[in-house]
Every structure is written in C-alpha cells, then in structure tokens.
Design a binder for this molecule. Structure first.
Ligand SMILES: [Zn+2]
Length: 431
C-alpha cells in the first residue's frame, strides 16, 4: 500500500477497511475500498475458502468536510472448497455497512434529525438516498435511545400538557396529543395520542411502581380528564395548575370577548383594519412586555372599538390572574385570587364569568402551586419546541414517527463531543 492510500485509510477510519484509490468526481469523493480480510472460513462448514472474484457495491458515507463521500466497495466473493458442503459461494459482509449507507452515516442521519431538528427529507437529500431509507436510519438508531428505561429514572415533577399535533384540515378534525414532561429536568418523557384520561392512565400504568410512587407533583392543563387520570394513577402526587395554563385560559377568554364585540359592533369577523383586530396579539401579551407605544395603541383601539368596555374588562381580569401567580406567598395569592373573582364579576361578560367559574373549580390546584414550589414554565418551553418541530415537518401524520422525532429532539441526551477551541492549544504535529 502506498503512503497516499494509507493516509486515506487513516482518514476514513472505518474498521477493517482500506482505501485503495480516491478521486474527486463531480464534487464527490469516490473512494475505492476493500476489506483487509484475506483469509476466511466458510460460514457453514468452517473450511478455509478461496477467492472467487469480486462484486462492487456503492455506499454513501458521512461527508469529508463539506464534500459528499461515495465508497466503491469491491466486495470479495468466496467459494467453499469442501465438496460435501452445501454452500458454494458467498459474499463478505460488514457491520460497518447497511444497505446503501455506512452505519455511521445512518447514525448521523438520526442525530441530525434528532439533535439538530433537521427534517428527514433534508437528510435524505444530504445523503442522496430516498426518504424511506433516511427514516429507517432514524428509526433503527433512534428507537433504542428512546426506549432506554433510564430516561424515565428519578422523575419527581411530571407535567401533563395537551398540544395540537395536526390542525384540522378538509379531511380530518384537529388531532391532539398529550406530552409528558419532567419539569425539573426539562426533558420530554413521552408523547401519547389524544388528550384523554384513558391515554394518560394507560401510560402511567405502564410505568413501574417505583416511578408512580416517586412523582410528587403533577402540573397539568386544567382538564378534567387529566385530573381524573392523575388522581387514580398517582394518588400521592399533588396536582397543580400552573401560571402558564391558567393564563392560557384567561387569554382565550380575552380573545372570545374581542371576537364577539367585533362581530356585534361591525357585523363581521375581524379584518385587518378593524381596531380590535389590530391589537389582538397585544391583548394576550403580558402587560409589562408592552412598550409605551403599544400601550397607547391598545388604549386607542379600545376607545374606538370597545364601546361598552367589555374587551378592556376582560383584559384587566386576565392581568389580575397573572398577578395571582406572581404572588410571593400562598396568603398573598389567596387575597389576589379574591380580587380576581370580584373583578370578573364586575366585568360580568359571559366569557369572563365562565373563566371565573373554571378557575373557581380548579382553585385548590391553582393555589397548591404555591405550596409545591414548582412552576411549569418549562413545559411552556416544551410546547414551543413542539410547535417548531411540527412546522418544520409540515405536520407529521404518522403518530409513531411524530413521537420518535419529538423524543429524539427533546427527550434524549445527545453526547455529541464539543469541538475543541481552535486557539489556545499548541499543535502537536509533525511537519
Ligand atoms: Zn462450506
């Protein structure tokens, strides 16, 4: 072997393979490779086989730098010389290669889809393979990571959130899923179909007894189904409804009032130049995050479009609910919650009264938030991740693929080695 090909072999770094030749063809590295095996036994009888020519397969490997790599593997064929053996010829195989991809190329596709949130289609393009081949790589390398029971060890605070997997379209209703989150460690534990008591109960009953006994807090979407599931499956856990979920309800009420008032005063749904429609996003944003200019816009729009102060009333009620959650103690929170009810009854629109009723029904869970010392703000972050992934994949329709991708992105620890900083280290080389 000449020096050039032994350097190339070292760079390739694939166990058992040597590079015999290389060439840059159409912007790709073409590497002619073969195995070192020059002596093999027959897989059936073990008698030493003799060479019987070669066959060539082409395999895609991970890129070198930005340059795609194609391995031209001259596979050895062997012939068994034992006349009594049924096996006549056989071709060598390697664990390093699977189908049209190297093992590490398949692992890289899985990592890029999981850790870097690339789409399967983008990775298929990067490696010059079909979507199904890339997806199979994600599945084969990703499933063991996702199924690793250690992912679920030591969960003490469980978040249970609904999210939209797929918005309604011409052929289907909105499809919901439920995600289960480790609130303390900010890890997605699992995703199950629907948003029902049954789906959460099934998931919890598939966990170990140890798991169920060690969850202390469960923070949920205020949702009767989830509550029922947790009361029965995790009787020892404190169930809380956190800021994010309560405020989500309040924002929905503000939105409902705004839409109704728009319809009643204008006779149609919101349009771009309608004053209330123009401030719809500002109304659901936190008050302290509005600039002076935005606040002035809100006040002006309410002056023009909210003749009976219904939207403004709902807005104030929502902000009061946010104050409850900013409270530093249970006592302060209780006082502020009373003020919230009073304000809601003063506003007295049907949407706001319904909100007050819902909060009243969930009051113990809203207040228990202050005794557990845990916020579910992190599952809010998790929701945003889900949103991003969903948009990226243009709505994944296959639930198992959807679950796998979410878990690979937010539920698995990737041990990608950080690249060493280029400065501050003296080269150890060799001229
Ligand atoms: Zn044989």
């Amino acid at each position: 072997m000449d020096e050039r090909s032994s350097d190339a072999t070292a760079l390739l770094g694939m166990d058992g393979f040597v590079v015999r030749a290389m060439d840059l063809v159409d912007g790709e590295w073409w590497l002619l490779v073969e195995t070192r095996a020059d002596m093999v036994g027959c897989p059936d009888c073990g008698v030493r086989a003799i060479g019987h020519g070669r066959s060539t397969v082409q395999v895609r490997d991970v890129p070198i730098g930005l340059v795609p790599v194609r391995l031209i593997w001259k596979k050895r064929r062997w012939r068994c010389v034992d006349d009594d053996c049924a096996r006549q010829t056989f071709t060598e195989a390697s664990d390093e290669v699977e189908g049209s991809l190297t093992r590490r190329a398949r692992a890289e596709i899985c990592r890029a889809v999981g850790e870097d949130d690339h789409t399967v289609a983008a990775e298929a393009r990067r490696f010059g393979v079909g979507w199904a081949t890339a997806m199979a790589a994600v599945r084969d390398h990703g499933k063991p990571l996702v199924d690793d029971p250690r992912r679920l060890h030591g969960v003490r605070a469980l978040g249970v959130d609904e999210h939209k997997m797929l918005a309604a379209g011409p052929t289907h209703h909105t499809i919901y899923a439920t995600q289960l989150v480790d609130i303390d460690r900010h890890v997605l534990l699992d995703v199950v179909r629907d948003r029902s008591a049954a789906s959460v109960t099934t998931w919890l009953s598939s966990r170990t007894r140890y798991f169920r006994d060690h969850v202390e807090v469960a923070a949920i979407d205020p949702h009767a189904g989830y509550f029922k599931a947790l009361r029965t499956s995790l009787p020892r856990a404190t169930v809380t409804v956190d800021v994010f979920h309560a405020v989500k309800l309040a924002n929905a009420a503000v939105d409902d009032v705004r839409r109704r008032v728009q319809r009643e005063t204008l006779g149609h749904r919101g349009r771009n130049h309608d004053p209330l429609y123009g401030i719809r996003r500002l109304l659901t944003r936190a008050y302290e995050r509005l600039s002076d200019k935005q606040l002035a816009r809100v006040e002006e729009a309410l002056r023009i479009g909210d003749l009976y102060d219904e939207v403004g009333g709902a807005w104030a009620v929502k902000e009061q609910l946010r104050c409850v959650h900013d409270a530093e103690s249970l006592e302060v929170a209780t006082v502020r919650l009373e003020q919230f009810y009073e304000l809601a009854h003063t506003a007295a629109t049907p949407e706001v009264l319904r909100l007050a009723k819902t909060i009243k029904r969930w009051e113990p869970q809203v207040l228990s938030f202050f005794t557990t010392g845990r916020t579910n703000a992190r599952s809010e972050a998790m929701n945003l991740i889900t949103e991003k992934l969903r948009r990226n994949a243009h709505g994944i329709r296959n639930f198992e693929n959807y679950r796998l991708r979410l878990l690979l992105h937010s539920g698995v620890q990737w041990h990608t080695r950080p690249t060493a900083r280029i400065r501050g280290r003296h080269p150890r080389l060799i001229a």
